[in-house]
Structure formats: C-alpha cells, structure tokens
Design a protein around this ligand. Sequence first.
Ligand code: AMP
Length: 369
Amino acid sequence: MKVLVVGSGGREHALVWKIAQSSKVKKVYCVPGNAGIAREAECADIKADDIWGLAQFAKEKKVDVTVVGPEAPLVSGIVDRFQREGLKVFGPKKQAAALEGSKAFSKMMMKSAGVPSGRFKIVSELSSAKDYVESVGAPIVVKASGLAAGKGVVVCQTVEEAHRAIDMIMKERVFGAAGDSVVIEEKLSGEEASILAFMDGHTIYALESTQDHKAIFDGDKGPNTGGMGAYCPAPVVTERMMRQIERDVFVPIAHATNRDGCPYRGILYAGVMMTEEGPKVLEFNVRFGDPETQPIMMRLKTDIMEPIMATIDETLSDVSLEWDPRAAVCVVMAAGGYPGDYAKGKEITGIEEAEALGDVKVFHAGTAM
Ligand code: AMP
C-alpha cells in the first residue's frame, strides 16, 4: 500500500513514522513534509491547502490512501474532493469538519446533541457582542468563530478585556473573516484533557487520554503557544470519566452528525475541561492533535493502518488497539523568543545522541536541512 500524509509538523512526523512501520505499507509520501520527515518518507513541495495539487499528486503516484494532518484542508473540503476523484482519504467531509471550522456551528451542534459545554451566545454584530458581555459580566471567554490557527480564543478576566478582545476580532479583524461572528462563552475552570476517538459513522473507538501544555514556561507560566508538550495517559481522566466522556460527548455527536446527514468519519478530538460538575467540552478538532499525537503514537502497539483503513471502510467495530503500558511524554524544544518573534535558521544538534537513549524519538516540526 502507498500512503500519502498531508502536513509538515511534529504530528505528521509522528504519523509518518508510525505508518512506515506498518507491514501493509511499502511507500510513504508526505507533502510538504520537513527535514525529519524526509528521512522516513518521500516529500514533495505542495502546500497542504493546495487540494487540487494534492489530488493530482495522489493520482500520479498511485497513492492508495491519504491521511490529512492539519484542519485547514479538511475544513475546505479535501475529503469531498478526493472522494469525487475516486481517491481514498482519511478524515471527515466538509460538513462534519465544520465542528472545528466554525465554533458557532460546533456550539449549536453541542447544544442540539445535549453535549455538556459552557453557556454561550453567538453574535455577528460588535455592539450586540459588547452588550451581551455587559449583561453577563466577567470572567468570560471571547472566541473568533472561524479558523484562527489556535489563536482566536481570549480568556478575559474583566469586561474591559472582553471589549478589547471583541474590538480586536470584529473591528480590527485580526483573524480576517474568522471574526465575522464570535462565540462568547462562560469561563469554565478545572483541569483540561484531550480525548481523541476514531469514528466511522457507526462505531466510536476512543484512544488513551492525553494532556497538552500550552504555556511557554515551566509551572504554567507565560503566554500560550501551539503546545509545549503532551503526555499520555492523563491520570486526571479516570476510567469512569472516560466512559462518561464517551457516553455524554462522542455518542451524541455521532448520533447528531448521522441525523444531520454528515456522518463523522475520522478522528474527532474533544478538548475537555474537568469541571466540578463533570467533563465539559471546550472545543472539537477534526483531526489528530499536535503535540498529543506524538506520545499517542509512541504508545500505540497496533499497526496504525488498521484503524485508519477500518474507519474509511466503516469496519471499526472489528478493530482492537493495543497500548504500551508505559507512559509517554513529548517535550517541545523551540527557539528562544517563541511564541513571539524569534530567530529562524538556528542549527539543531544532538538528535542522534537523543535517539541513542532508546525509547526516545525526535520528531521535527518546520525544520529544514
Ligand atoms: P479552544 O480553541 O476553544 O480550545 O480554546 C483554546 C484554549 O482556551 C482552551 O484549551 C482553554 O485553555 C481555553 N478556553 C477555551 N474555552 C474556554 C472556556 N469556556 N473556559 C475557560 N477556558 C477556555
């Protein structure tokens, strides 16, 4: 089997690394990939959002199945396009991918399906957004509805901060059209966890729990990043809580997406806050998490192509995943200054020494030779 992975981050490196170990796979491509991925897969210079270019590539190379890493191509309908062209692809179709592409859609879906999450209001006018904030008070969370590369959420301690966030999103349009409407949401407190599950429209298969760490410095200090690391499993998610999340989050979403004619097939990622009233959903992502995928792949013993193909073929009920009982942790090393402006092009050394430690794998994100 020939497999194409779309993306260029640490998540895609982990997927490529795991997919290449499959006995069913004889060739892995990754576009655009990065320097680390290029050691394990053939890379090509096509952008992850160039859906037409990706489809041409998949046909030219006679790719049997494509695995999409990032959300942007899923939200713009890569799966619908590939399927129309007769190409096998792993991920949800455009309508279901709106669970991540539109926070407004996602909140409405949660409400109609009865999924526990924070109280909210969707507004598309600046003055009504500010009026609503005035009426409910702070703390409060302001979210650009559309895709904003993980930066569209502002947790506000005061009403003034919330007004500033609304101005930034709706007036200055820092996130462009993603700020056409905003979701204003009750601030939840508790510990967060990421729960990922394979879904094929019939069966839900949850993976081991993970927790990621967003603040740049140790001790949860400093600005939020795209993720400084993650570990698996997350002890905050007990066996009982896991069953509760399956029952109260994944089952109703599977049902509601089926009911609405957009059966969910792919990985669904629920960002969950463990509140005193039980788990509540902060967000859905429609793909593997980054960096959660890295420790998940380190622990997964089963051939990853099994659940991927079973999800596409709707035979997930036949699959059983086996896990290494040991915990795994992913630590992100970033250039000084990140997530603000930072120097690019710095040399990275010591990779061979790190990997020689055994049970250690270095995944690359955005590197070049
Ligand atoms: P999201 O992209 O919606 O997951 O938001 C990114 C981060 O913002 C989450 O991982 C939380 O840390 C925080 N966040 C989002 N929504 C809320 C909320 N309702 N209450 C508290 N924190 C939130």
